[in-house]
Structures are given as structure tokens and as C-alpha cells.
Design a protein. Structure first.
Length: 104
């Protein structure tokens, strides 16, 4: 399990640099978006996100706009970004890459 201590800004920047498709927002959040062929595929992806979020006990803010899913992560009780945010984002990226490969 990842540490739940707030990362210094420099450590968060290093972690973000290795994370494809994610950006930093307001210094306390990271955000990433995923695009799908349509609404049903986007909703199915959100269902899989829920499974990972429960496994990690770390739940993202989720916005769905037809065929685009945007996730935002922070660790509230740590007051900002932790290793768990970056671990979660990487898991979501892996799941997205797998779902894209399945639909080719």
C-alpha cells in the first residue's frame, strides 16, 4: 500500500512527470481524461474504476461527458497529493490501455 503522507511539491512533480496524460490542478489535485467510442463504453470504464477504487480504498472525483471520463485525485486527510494518488492514476491508465487493446 502506498504512503498516505502529503508529498513535497518536488516529489509530486517527479511522480507526475512519469504519469502519461495527467496534469496537476491547484497544487492539490491531479486530473486525467479518457475518451471512448461512446457513452456505454465510458460507463463500463467507470464501473471498472469503481472496482479499483474500492480495492485501494481511494475514490476519485468522476465526471462523465458522453464519451469522455475525467478523473481527479487527491488525498483529503493528507491535505494534498500522496503516493496513493499516483498509484491510483497509474492503475487507471493501465486499465484504459487494456480496454483500448481489447476493442481493436
Amino acid at each position: 500500500m502506498a504512503k498516505l503522507e502529503k508529498l513535497p511539491a518536488e516529489a509530486a512533480d517527479r511522480a507526475l512527470a512519469g504519469l502519461e496524460g495527467w496534469t496537476r490542478e491547484d497544487g492539490k489535485w491531479i486530473a486525467g481524461s479518457y475518451r471512448f467510442a461512446g457513452f456505454p463504453a465510458a460507463i463500463a470504464f467507470v464501473g471498472r474504476i469503481a472496482e479499483i477504487a474500492e480495492e485501494l480504498n481511494h475514490h476519485p472525483f468522476i465526471a462523465i461527458d458522453y464519451k469522455k471520463v475525467t478523473l481527479r485525485l487527491t488525498t483529503w486527510h493528507a491535505g494534498g497529493l500522496t503516493e496513493l494518488d499516483f498509484q491510483s492514476a497509474e492503475r487507471y491508465n493501465e486499465m484504459y490501455r487494456a480496454s483500448i487493446a481489447e476493442n481493436r
